[in-house]
Design a protein around this ligand. Sequence first.
Ligand code: SAH
Ligand code: DHB
Ligand code: MG
Length: 238
Amino acid sequence: MGRASRPEDPGGKSVKDGFDEGLARRTDAYVEGLFVPPDDALSRGLEDAQAAGLPPINVSPNEGKLLHLIARIARASRVLEIGTLGGYSTTWLARALPPEGHLVTLELEARHAEVARANLARAGVAGRVEILVGPASASLRALAARHEPPFDLVFIDADKEGYVEYLDLSLRLVRRGGLILADNTLRHGRVLDEGPLDPSARGIKAFNERIATDPRLDSLILPIIRKDLDGLSISIVR
Ligand code: SAH
Ligand code: DHB
Ligand code: MG
C-alpha cells in the first residue's frame, strides 16, 4: 500500500522509504512455507470474512503462529483478546489453550462477532471461546466486575486510539508474570515519522511510550513483516 493512497496521511518523506518490500515479503513467504502448513479452518474463515465484507486486517499467518507459540511458551490457560474481527487470531490463540482453557474476545461490531462465531465453531474451538460484543472499554470494566481468576495473556488488537486505555484496564485483569501483547505497534514504520501523525499512529506512539516506561512492565517491540513493516509488542507484567 503506497503512502500516497492513505487519505489520513499527512504526506512527506517517510523513514520507510527505501525499505525493500519485495525481499521482506519473499522472506515472510519462505518462513510461512516452512512453518505454517495450509489449514482448512483458517483459510475458509478468512474467505468467509472477506465474503461478509470484513476488512482484511487480521494478523498474518506467521504472526498467528507467533501468537500461538507465545501462548504455549507462557502456558496460558486464560487468554483475553481485544479486537476479534472474524476470529482468525482468536483461532490461533484458542488452539494454544489446554482443554480446560478459556479465551474471552471483545468485539465492537455484532456483524464481525457473528462471522467469528461461525469460524470458531468450524475450527472446533467455540467451546473454549466467549465473545463479548460492545465497546472494549465497557467490556473490560464488566470483566473486572466478574471477579474471575486473572488472565495469563492479553492480546490488544482493536482501535489504535484506545490502546493506552486498554492497557490500563488490562493491567487490572492480568496476573503478575502474565503477558500483554499488542499488534500494529510499528504502524508500517509510521511511528518513526517526523511531523504530525494521524490519530491511530499517535495512539500507538503513546502506547509504546507507556509500555517502555511503566515500571510494572518489561517490554519490547518485535518487528513483523506483513504487507509491509509492522510490530508486535510483548510486555511481561512484573
Ligand atoms: N485480532 C483480529 C483483527 C482485529 S481487527 C485478527 O487478527 O484476526 C480490529 C477489530 O477491532 C475490528 O473487528 C473492529 O471492529 C474492532 N474494534 C474497533 N474498535 C473497537 C472497540 N472500541 N471495541 C471493541 N472492538 C473494536
Ligand atoms: C490494519 C492492520 C491491523 O492489524 C489492524 O489491527 C488494524 C488495521 C491495517 O493494515 O490497516
Ligand atoms: Mg492488528
